[in-house]
Every structure is written in C-alpha cells, then in structure tokens.
Design a protein around this ligand. Structure first.
Ligand code: PLP
Length: 385
C-alpha cells in the first residue's frame, strides 16, 4: 500500500539526504551561475542558473508538492510572481482582481492597464452579483486574495473556480496569508497559486521572494518559459534560505496562529478597540466559510482603534515588542498602519471604497510568548494622550 506523505513531512524533508556526492543530509547549495557540458552538444541536467538551478528547483519542487500542483516557478519577489502570471496576457484580455487586494498588486495591474497591455477590472468580491457581472465579460484571469490584506475578508475559492471555469477563465489565488499549511487552493479548483515567499514560507524576514505554483504541467511549462525569458527567477542563495525556512512552516504557523487567536480575543473585548478582523472569531462574517475552507485561521489580523489617527500614533509609538514595520509572516511580531504604509499607494477614495479606514492597524503575530504580546498591546492601548 502506498502511503501519501503528510504535508508537514514534505516540508521538513523533501530533498533531505539526497546528495549523491557526499551524502549531505541538508541539501547542498549550488551558487554556480553556469554548469559544465558533458561534451559537444551534451548538456548536463542544468546549463545556466537563470533557466534552472538545483537549489532553486528543489524549493520549487517542495512548493509544488505542498500546494498539490504539477509544477512551480520561484522568483525574486512576490510581485515578480504576480507579474509572471500577467506575461501571457494580450491587449484585449481582461483580468479581474479584488478591489481590496494588496496595493502593490493594484498598482501593478493599473500600470499595465494604463499602458494598454491588457484590461483590468477591480471588483468587490464579497458582492456575488458584482462578481457574476464581471465574469459575464469573459475574463481571461480571475485573481483572488483570501484572506485579503489587510481586512481578512474570505471568499469561497471552490465556488469562484466553478463559476470562472464556466466562462473559460483561469483562477489565480494569492495564498500568501495562509500558506499551504493552512489552505490549498489547487485541490479546490484553482489553476495557479501565487505567494510572496517573503512572508510565512520563508518566515524569517531575511529574503524577498515569490512563487507561482501551477495545477497543470502545461501552465508550469509556460511559466518557466516566461521566467527564463524575463530573467526574474530567484537566486540560489535566497532559494536555500527559503527552503531552510520552509522546513519549520507547520510548527511555526501552528504556534503563531494560536497566539493570534488569543490576541484577537483580547482586542475584541477591549474598550478602546472598535472592530477586530480575524476569521477565527465567531463574529467574523465569513467565520463558517473560513472554518470549512482553511485548516486554520492564520497569524494575521487587523483592528480599528478608537480615537482616530492620534490614537493610532500613540499606539504604534508605545509598543515595545511589536515592531512598526511593513511585511508579515516572520518569527517577529509586526504592527503596520495600512493607510500610511502598506496601502499608502492606493488613492484615498479606493481605500475608503475597500473599507480600509485610517484607524485600522494590522498585526503579524510572531513566535514571542503570547503573554508578552498581549501585555505589550495592553500597555500601548493605555498610553496617555
Ligand atoms: N501578495 C500579498 C498578499 C502581499 O502581502 C505582498 C507583499 O506584501 C505581495 C503579494 C508582494 O510580495 P513581495 O513584497 O514579496 O514582492
């Protein structure tokens, strides 16, 4: 009987002790930019690192297995991964994206559309009628971000994929916020999963990277081709570090999400907090969907603080363990103010339409002791005016 390996085992051990030269347990790092031919017209397994590299390929293979895809490409950033999905688009092709997607993605799509590379429509994906209308325009690609950044809105991946398939659209899911440890869009029907590997996959805030994982081998082949043409593949050293981080993805997330839940419950009952956005709370509008679709609620949450921008300033300048910084998914806890940081490039009207208020703060919960993190927020929320 064949036994399918648990995902946690794949993360911890894919490629371990497979070194044919010395039997190294940890897969070696191959920094070489080029590889010797075996003879005239006889290339070895690799020729040139932009095209393929053993260290980067092992990372891609591990990700493809974790996401249940046929193949994966790993890139120099999450934005490079999203741009790679867009490389095959033609002038009249339509791309649909959430109106509250990560602002860098919104900026990228808008810049392409302004140049006439393809058409873009931003849609409130919590509005089923708006999504159905947009799909009626025969898009080439439907992009989904769930849970969304920073409001933690959750959409039904399986239902979206079924609806998109009916109109011949491919579906790409940004799985950055949960990782395959907590959500696997490909078995739910997605054609592509994209990641900013900068976040939970690497998990140590010391690499910027991205990945596209494809459900079909033909899409994987096309993505590999575009990555080679445009030269956006990730470096071997970054790939090595990311694979090292990926080894502990499951235990990290398990611990981080437990602490996130404790923090969400603490904030929910705090008199200076007006709203908490965390899918693990029973009060979250998509709690039931998140529970069914995800293997956990994740380590990201956001909340609205009473007292407007003055209270925001006081809080972010009073925290001692949380660091005021962009990005997320590392072992250290971060606090960010979307309106002036991660989502500052969005027009204020677009931010307002997406529901990103000026008193919204986003937390990425790390591996510090949960008691210390709760105390830190408690003292910062009490900081005198
Ligand atoms: N997707 C999401 C959901 C993100 O939060 C980010 C970055 O914050 C990106 C994509 C872009 O990734 P990167 O910063 O690695 O280019």
């Amino acid at each position: 009987m064949t036994h399918e390996k648990a995902l946690q085992t794949i993360a911890a051990s894919n490629g371990v002790a497979a070194d044919s030269a010395y039997g190294a347990a940890a897969p070696p790092i191959y920094l070489s930019s080029t590889f010797a031919f075996k003879g005239f017209e006889r290339p070895g397994g690799h020729e040139y690192t932009r095209t393929s590299n053993p260290t980067r390929d092992l990372l891609a293979d591990t990700l493809a297995k974790l996401e249940g895809g046929a193949g994966a490409v790993t890139l120099s950033s999450g934005m490079a991964a999203i741009n790679l999905l867009l490389d095959p688009m033609e002038r009249d092709d339509l791309v649909i994206a959430p109106h509250d997607c990560y602002s860098g993605v919104q900026r990228l799509l808008s810049a392409h559309a302004a140049k006439g590379h393809f058409k873009v429509e931003f849609v409130d994906q919590s509005d089923a009628e708006a999504v159905a209308t947009a799909l009626g325009r025969n898009p080439k690609l439907l992009m989904i971000e769930t849970p969304s950044n920073p409001l933690m809105r959750v959409v039904d991946i399986r239902a979206f994929c079924e609806a998109a398939k009916k109109v011949g659209a491919k579906v790409a899911v940004d799985n950055t916020f949960l990782s395959p440890a907590l959500q696997r869009p490909i078995p739910l029907g997605a054609d592509f999963v994209v990641h900013s590997m900068t976040k939970f996959l690497n998990g140590h805030s010391d690499v910027v990277g991205g990945a596209v994982i494809c459900a079909s081998e033909s899409d994987a082949e096309e993505m590999r081709g575009w990555a080679n043409i445009t030269g956006v593949t990730g470096s071997p050293f970054d790939s090595y570090l990311t694979l090292r981080g990926l080894r502990t993805l499951f235990p990290r997330l398990e611990r981080q999400q437990r602490t996130a839940e404790t923090i969400a419950l603490f904030l929910q009952q705090h008199p200076s907090v007006e709203a908490v956005h965390y899918p693990g709370l029973v009060s979250h509008p998509s709690h039931a969907l998140a529970k069914a679709q995800q293997a956990g609620f994740g380590a990201m949450l956001s909340f609205e603080v009473a007292g407007g921008i003055a209270a925001v300033r006081r809080l972010v300048e009073s925290v001692r363990i949380f660091t005021l910084a962009e990005s997320l998914g590392g072992v250290e806890s971060l606090i960010a103010h979307p309106a002036t940081m991660t989502h500052a490039s969005m027009a204020p009207e677009a931010r307002a339409a997406a529901g990103i208020k000026d008193n919204l703060l986003r937390l990425s919960v790390g591996l510090e002791h949960e008691g210390d993190l709760v105390s830190d927020l408690a003292q910062a929320l009490k900081a005198p005016a």
